[in-house]
Design a protein around this ligand. Structure first.
Ligand code: UT7
Length: 334
């Protein structure tokens, strides 16, 4: 006899961005760029950046507290905390452990997840499996980044793109047939060099020479990432839809990773979704890597854009290379 699986869905969401903004005109004073170029090529107008000394755990904690309150779940009732990030406070301890302590999540296991901009969707898939299998009941998944601290503010190829923020969702049991219906996770490590931080680990430790060569910052072949993204975004959603026994015609919303408005546009076209059905906040925040999807999701949820039963696709891609999509049937009453 097979055991019945629990339907796992989103019980509550939250987000946080730091107060300080850097506009395109601020960037015009720092590198050889223009507001017109940035808006036309990316869709970004401004991004938020963390204060000096403000770690990613600070943003993550605020987003987490909001999500817990929205879900009506106490921190003591969390079984697991997953933080998707590439800018953890320190390599060890994990940012998830820092939050476990700060939130008072006494019985929770905790780990960080490394899948770059796909991290939140990877985390959502992991959370749903623990809940569906009856292992855990409440899982907090956070995507949080302080990319401003690993961006080279003298490199116009990258510094115009990224921003800081955190988004969180509490996953738990929902009504049968609702919640996370299916997902598609993927990777292609052969593309690892097109987007990396060269001096950040055991291969190239941070030495004086590495610092002088700006190797501690994000390096990116933008065109290569762009080509990959345009191919993978629509494809991964189609795969997740197949696994969920749904079709693109049934999709109500796309919550995409916010890397470039042109990439989002091309995914929407492939899925034949009008742009009104796509959650977009790139103009305010830029690319917040793992935080992009959960911030967009939380903002849309708190603006009452989703109604119970809506079919929502979360879709991300990023360094690794990685990609991930989840199909969620919204379970919350408005
Ligand atoms: O989360 C995943 C991470 N990253 C991404 O998803 C990024 C994906 N890639 C992209 O979004 C785009 O490739 C970029 C926005 C990074 C670049 O846009 P593009 O249309 O691919 O521009 P390009 O690199 O082909 O550059 C076009 C021109 C070049 O000048 P020339 O050679 O035509 O004279 C660049 O030097 O624009 C120049 N350029 C800039 N000009 C003004 C490059 N960056 C800038 C800039 N301001 N910031």
């Amino acid at each position: 006899m097979t055991q019945k699986r629990t339907s796992a869905g989103i019980l509550g969401t939250g987000w946080c961005v730091p107060e300080k903004t850097v506009t395109n005109s601020d960037l015009e004073k720092m590198v050889d760029t223009s507001d017109a170029w940035i808006v036309e090529r990316t869709g970004i107008h401004e991004r938020h950046v963390a204060a000096e000394g403000q770690p990613v755990s600070d943003l993550a904690e605020r987003a987490a507290r909001m999500a817990l309150e929205d879900a009506g779940v106490a921190a003591e009732d969390l079984d697991l905390i997953i933080v998707a990030t590439l800018t953890s406070d320190r390599i060890i301890p994990s940012t998830a452990c820092i939050l476990q302590d700060r939130l008072g999540a006494k019985k929770a296991a905790a780990f960080d997840l490394s899948a770059a901009c796909s991290g939140f969707a990877y985390g959502a898939a992991v959370a749903s499996q623990f809940i569906a299998g009856g292992v855990y009941r409440h899982v907090l998944v956070i995507g949080a980044e302080t990319l401003s601290k690993v961006v080279d503010w003298t490199d116009r190829n990258t510094c115009i793109l990224f921003g800081d923020g955190a988004g969180a969702a509490v996953f738990g049991p929902v009504e049968d047939g609702y919640g996370l219906l299916g997902f598609d996770l993927g990777s292609d490590g052969s593309g690892g060099d097109v987007l990396d931080i060269p001096a950040s680990g055991s291969l190239h430790p941070v030495t004086k020479e590495a610092l002088e060569a700006h190797q501690q910052y994000i390096h990116m072949d933008g065109k290569a990432v762009f080509r990959f993204a345009v191919k993978i975004m629509g494809h991964t959603v189609e795969e997740a839809l197949k696994k969920s026994n749904h079709t693109k015609e049934e999709l109500d919303w796309l919550v995409p990773h916010q890397a470039n408005i042109r990439i989002i546009d091309s995914a929407a076209k492939r899925l034949e979704l009008p742009m009104e059905k796509v959650i977009i906040n790139i103009e305010k925040y830029g690319n917040m890597s793992a935080a992009s999807i959960p911030v967009a999701l939380a903002e849309a949820a708190h603006a009452h854009r989703f109604k119970k039963g809506d079919l929502i696709a979360l879709a991300g891609f990023g360094a690794g290379l990685t990609w991930a999509s989840c199909i969620v049937k919204w379970a919350k009453e408005d």
